[in-house]
Design a protein around this ligand. Sequence first.
Ligand code: ARG
Length: 400
Amino acid sequence: MTKTAVLAFSGGLDTSVCVPLLRDDDHYGYDKVIGVTVDVGQPEEDMQEAYDREHILDEHRVIDATEEFVEELVFPLVKANGSYEGYPMGTSIARPIIARHCLRVAEEVGADALAHGCTGKGNDQLRFEAVWRAGDFEIIAPMREMNLTREWEMEYAEEHGLDVEATEEEPWSIDSNIWSRSVEGGEMENPANEPPEAVFEWTQSPDDAPEGGETVEIEFEEGVPVALDGESMEGVELIETLNETAGEHGVGRNDMMEDRVLGLKVREVYEHPAATVLLKAHADLESLVFSRSQIKFKQTVENQWSDLAYAGLVDEPLFDDLNAFVDSSQEVVTGKVRVKLHKGTARVVGRESENALYSEEMVSFDTGGVTDDIDQTDAVGFAKYHGIQGRMRKGQKDDK
Ligand code: ARG
């Protein structure tokens, strides 16, 4: 009986080292290793890395899931204003898509095991396995099980003729998809060190960004961005275009300490230009069209949504419930938002919607706010009641 393992394969050091380890009789002893590379919109060079190394696999399957990723997780994230500890999540929402495709291949080929190259310290092991454990496969995580170090891996790679690029000058661990790029490791492991300019690839240094800046207009339909500067675009194209534009203005860099699910902190550096602009614009549009109660309650939903998404728990029943609420709220989130991009900042400078719960007529200083329905003098009674309990207490104290 041939024993087959399906490996989530990027072609980087970790997943490349997994291949001979999975075959090695002294380690896992599998006969066949099928690598699955899922395209979630990572840059071409990243995809190339997988192709360059595919000869070490018995079989390589490449699956284009960029559109699926955008429709099934990126846009739901925009609608939910999803963010974790203040940054737009990226890696976490792509993992379930990658994991689902690996699981499907494993089922198709009747594999015995599913393997990933994640360490035992990060979040990604949890995100993969939350999806994989729905199937009946052995789960293998060599980095975690063997407690491997980078140094050991580089040596093992050389012994096995893996020809993975020497990464001494740029020893960072990078994860990219269409929505976000994250970099950790190397000198950045010391949180006191400023990230070297060389870690940034999607964003211009704000110092070198064009002086005058640029204003972009995003049009939303029911919470989903559908046009950029008046031009209708599908999700993938819109995000790619906005990544370019906002990136040129140095928008979307983030350097932070992040709390992982296991409780370990990590210093992470992010680039997410389009995400920064779209999330700002979307939340701003909601502030124009939502009632005060909707805004307040939705924040609770957003926090829950984000925690589940960060942990990779997209199959948790509550996640569907939250998405149902979010979708219902988005019916009115249609309109246009203009965002000024300037030297690393993105600032909303204008918004409009036919669903606005705002009336210039009612609030205007110029007209005195008099309409057929209301005028300022109506507020006198309200103002008399306002703060009544505090005044009662104060009176009691003064009497003592
Ligand atoms: N800390 C982030 C997360 O857990 C990103 C991890 C991505 N991995 C990397 N090698 N940079 O979502």
